[in-house]
Design a protein around this ligand. Structure first.
Ligand SMILES: Cc1cc2nc3c(=O)[nH]c(=O)nc-3n(C[C@H](O)[C@H](O)[C@H](O)COP(=O)(O)O)c2cc1C
Ligand code: SF4
Ligand code: SF4
Length: 257
């Protein structure tokens, strides 16, 4: 099985490609937490893959929650692999993921990463269309290598996007995720059409629409930015820096119904 978490489609794109080429079933961490179905019976020899975005050089909160509730049933020790998606650098996210999996008695045997358009618009801007095309091409090439390695059950750390300063970057950035997850700066402008999509797709289930417009009901969230990027009329803002920024959704994915 390949379990994925994805807000703007990059990790879903990678997960769908891997699942198709490795003949694995796809599992959404988000749906799994929402339905409470976090136990999986593995068939003989079935491997377990995780595909997730990097946040602040670390592992998203929702993925941590999913891993802590995951129960695997089967009569073999599965081959466990992970593929991170990021906008440029993973820092020590892979190392942190390895530690978190060990806590759940799972041994991460293969790690890789794929660079795709960065969606963190409270700080950065989404790459221009031409740059996005270049990233998609490079990602597809990286995926050919990753699929080849996974078919051979290659082991080891093949994350080539850590950066030489990974420990330093992670030591600085990862603790910022805690406060970076504040929901206070989210608001919806008058463009909101009350369609309800943001509430339906929020993986943390913390958005309600008391008067048609979204309200964020918890002080912190996973901070995936799905609500902000996928609002069809770009009504959602985060503080003062997102109003002028282009939104991003991976154009190559089909979202599961
Ligand atoms: C809260 C947040 C923090 C992020 N931090 C990083 C980061 O540390 N390094 C990086 O390269 N990209 C970072 N990104 C960009 C995402 O990892 C990247 O765009 C990812 O592919 C998004 O995956 P998704 O489309 O499956 O949600 C961050 C994005 C968000 C929303
Ligand atoms: S997705 Fe956008 S338009 Fe729809 S309810 Fe949310 S803020 Fe309003
Ligand atoms: S409120 Fe928005 S950013 Fe936070 S978890 Fe929900 S969809 Fe993601």
């Amino acid at each position: 099985m390949i379990a994925y978490f994805s807000a703007t489609g990059n990790s879903l794109y990678v997960a769908q490609k891997l699942a198709a080429q490795l003949d694995d079933r796809l599992v959404s961490m988000d749906d799994s937490l929402k339905t409470g179905q976090t136990a999986y019976a593995l068939s003989d020899g079935e491997q377990v893959g995780l595909v997730l975005p990097v946040y602040f050089y670390t592992v998203p909160l929702l993925v941590r929650q999913w891993m802590s509730r995951l129960r695997l049933m089967g009569n073999h020790k599965p081959f466990v692999f992970a593929v991170l998606t990021c906008g440029g650098q993973t820092g020590q996210a892979g190392r942190i993921l390895t530690r978190l999996l060990l806590r759940e008695r799972l041994d991460l045997q293969y790690l890789a990463s794929v660079v795709l358009p960065d969606n963190y618009i409270p700080l950065l801007t989404v790459p221009e269309p031409e740059r996005q095309q270049h990233l998609f091409l490079a990602a597809d090439q990286a995926l050919v290598t990753i699929v080849g390695q996974l078919k051979q059950k290659t082991r080891g750390d093949h994350d080539t996007n850590k950066s030489a300063l990974a420990p330093l970057l992670t030591a600085f950035a990862a603790p910022l995720y805690k406060n970076g997850r504040k929901t206070g700066p989210f608001y919806a402008t008058d463009r909101c059409t009350n369609c309800g999509l943001c509430a339906r797709i929020c993986p943390d289930n913390i958005i309600s629409l008391p008067d048609g417009k979204p309200v964020w009901n918890e002080p912190f969230c996973t901070h995936c930015l799905a609500c902000l990027h996928r609002c069809p009329v770009e009504a959602i803002q985060y503080g003062r820096r997102t109003a002028s920024k282009t939104r991003y959704v991976n154009p190559r994915v089909t979202w599961p119904a």
